[in-house]
Design a protein around this ligand. Structure first.
Ligand code: NDP
Length: 234
């Protein structure tokens, strides 16, 4: 069955890989982007998730093209790494505003149609760092940990309407976000990963696609790590 899917932050990386995976299953997929447009074979909608009006407009555009959004994947995210003593309040709050409040804005907007339809799938992209913490990433880790509490609250709030909420927690994944690491940082992090390599965006996308699939109908409030074992025990 073809569903209407909206993926925030789908211009590249994990979001775009998820768009490709769901398109391959026959879904009608729209992705949002903020700066660089994604490839032409996916419906691209410009939308900054820090602005509720833009989120609303993006949903309208996706719904006009593909029908009510039945699957929401929240992938839009940023990192502004800094040690606490040097971190400005803006570096802290802007990461929270995109990663956490941006997700709240998209989920709130999506829930309207899902409540009406009495069904829906929501997958939030967190991070292994949100569970185990990382020096220099207190803002990012706080935003990603908060997604777990948010998702589990929503799972309880909307479970009776057959709307599922799940979190995928990727480890270090080979995208533009990971390109910002120095070679030394990358080597140090890879050393901590039992599988001794970065994840591929397609490997994260496969788990997101599963959580959005009919086979996952009885899974809600889950946090699934896709991290080569990096977060084990957290
Ligand atoms: P990318 O940087 O490649 O992609 C991030 C996406 O989010 C881009 O499409 C970007 O678009 C979009 N985005 C950022 N800010 C906003 C905003 N305010 N409004 C709308 N869109 C926005 O990173 P990844 O693919 O790696 O990351 C995807 C998700 O996975 C993120 O939430 C990230 O935190 C998470 N993650 C990534 C890991 C990694 O190692 N790569 C590990 C664990 C989690 P634009 O640049 O145009 O703003």
């Amino acid at each position: 069955m073809s569903r209407s899917v909206l993926i925030t932050g789908g211009s590249r990386g994990i979001g775009l890989a998820t768009a490709r995976a769901l398109q391959a299953l026959g879904d009608r997929v729209a992705v949002t982007y903020r700066t660089a447009e994604p490839p032409a074979d996916v419906l691209a909608i410009r939308c900054d998730v820090t602005d509720a009006a833009q989120v609303d407009a993006a949903f309208k555009e996706a719904e006009d093209a593909h029908g009510p959004v039945g699957v929401l994947v929240c992938c839009a995210g940023i990192a502004k790494d800094q040690l606490l003593m040097r971190m400005s309040e803006d570096e802290f709050t802007s990461v929270l505003d995109t990663n956490l409040t941006g997700t709240f804005r998209a989920v709130k907007r999506a829930s309207k149609g899902m409540l009406r339809a009495r069904t829906g799938r929501v997958v939030l992209v967190s991070s292994a760092v949100g569970l185990r913490g990382e020096a220099g990433q207190s803002n990012y880790a706080a935003s990603k940990a908060a997604l777990v509490g948010f998702s589990r609250s929503m799972a309880r709030e909307l479970g009776s309407r057959n709307i599922t909420f799940n979190v995928v927690a990727p480890g270090l994944t080979d995208t533009q976000m990971a390109d910002k690491l120095t070679e030394a940082q990358r080597e140090r992090l890879v050393d901590q990963i039992p599988l001794r390599r970065l994840g591929r965006p397609e490997e994260i996308a496969a788990t997101i696609a599963f959580l959005a699939s009919p086979q996952a109908a009885y899974i809600t409030g889950a946090v699934i790590p896709v991290d080569g074992g990096a977060g084990m025990g957290h």
